[in-house]
Design a protein around this ligand. Structure first.
Ligand code: NDP
Ligand code: PYC
Length: 334
């Protein structure tokens, strides 16, 4: 393993992206997401994704010079057309108007259309909780996941993420694929030649398997059986047809077998608790704190605590990156 400071990871990611033709603005937004992933020890969505980004570029499936266009679509809806670029810059461009609308109306949606999406949603959620807003986000991906009771891929890994801002503390955030695990983790197991737990997926023949390769060729499974399956279907609907964008099956068809990152839309909803609560804001925020206390008081951990601990370590000592991965990334530098 090699140890790198976070700014070294950022410089490396930006230099690879810019050398391959991404604009400085695009490269900066994308690199930031990868550095966050590496910093919080979410390696399936860290610097490893550079390999995927460059493969997606070489397959002609992402626009490296995209300039997202922000539309004031309705009193509570901001629409950003990512113009075929990665999602990050589109989100950055849409955030100020999302905040303004959430502050005015209490509730506002940010719709991102025509984006290539490879990242963890908690990075986006934290950008919104940093504004004092509660946030909910979801998107489809590629059709890799079988519905409960079925055996062939229909759904994407369709993440759902939620964030709640807290006074003087890291926000309460959860961010989870509606599949048993993110596909990125199965890919990392395949690269490392490691077996995966039973329950993550099935082979092409629909048989349970611990082989990452067989699952990648077959189908992943939803978490929680029919419950995860229903949530995955909901994500397809509200972040697909409802926002005028592709389902996971349509994204996979668009991919044409190139193995690129998914191309679709994303739905983000922001709530302003101050607008909902007015003068009783402080009182009700205390109820939320009591809830968190009651969870932790039993020795249970809040989601994202693992990340926040990793973040503290990484900010102090930098991050460790697998030598083989680093060699592959450096080989991308011209
Ligand atoms: P995990 O199953 O690892 O974690 C899901 C959530 O549960 C996290 O918030 C995690 O917090 C929390 N958690 C895990 N263990 C516990 C525990 N024991 N007690 C309390 N909370 C816990 O993640 P997934 O594999 O489902 O997803 C990984 C990432 O992949 C996500 O960031 C997601 O956005 C991303 N993804 C992106 C897609 C895309 O289309 N862009 C598609 C699918 C996934 P913590 O991190 O602190 O462990
Ligand atoms: O890990 O499932 C995943 C994923 C899909 C798109 C980005 N990450």
């Amino acid at each position: 393993m090699a140890r790198l400071a976070l700014n070294e990871v950022d410089v490396l990611a930006r230099s690879v992206l810019e050398q391959h033709g991404f604009t400085a603005q695009q490269a900066q937004a994308v690199a930031r997401t990868m550095v966050c992933g590496e910093r919080d020890e979410c390696t399936s969505h860290g610097i490893y994704r550079l390999l995927v980004c460059i493969a997606t570029l070489k397959a002609g499936k992402v626009n490296p010079t995209a300039e997202p266009v922000v539309h004031d679509h309705a009193p509570s809806i901001v629409r950003v057309d990512a113009q075929g670029g990665f999602s990050q810059l589109a989100l950055e461009k849409g955030l100020p108007l999302l905040k303004q609308k959430a502050n005015e109306n209490g509730l506002a949606a940010l719709v991102i259309n025509h984006c290539v999406h490879f990242s963890a949603l908690w990075v986006e959620i934290e950008a919104i909780t940093d504004l004092g807003l509660v946030a909910l986000a979801c998107n489809p991906s590629h059709a890799w996941v079988a519905p409960a009771g079925g055996r062939g891929p229909v759904f994407g890994t369709n993440p759902i993420a939620f964030g709640w801002p807290r006074q003087g503390q890291n926000p309460f955030v959860f961010d989870m694929a509606t599949s048993a695990i993110a596909r990125g983790d199965i890919e990392l197991h395949r690269r490392a030649g490691k077996a995966v737990p039973l329950g993550w997926g099935v082979s092409k023949e629909g048989e349970p398997t611990t082989s990452a390769e067989e699952i990648l060729q077959g189908a992943m499974l939803t978490f929680g059986g029919h419950k995860g399956s229903a949530l995955a279907a909901m994500v397809e609907l509200i972040a697909g047809p409802m926002i005028g964008d592709l389902t996971s099956a349509q994204s996979l068809a668009h991919d044409e077998g190139t193995g690129s990152s998914p191309y679709h839309g994303e739905l983000i909803i922001a709530f302003d608790p101050k607008r909902f609560l007015g003068e009783s804001f402080d009182h009700h925020m205390q109820s939320a704190e009591k809830l968190f206390f009651n969870i932790q008081d039993q020795g249970a951990r809040l989601p994202s605590e693992r990340r926040y601990q990793a973040r503290r370590r990484s900010l102090e000592r930098g991050v460790e990156i697998n030598d083989a991965l680093l060699d592959e990334i450096r080989a991308l530098q011209r």
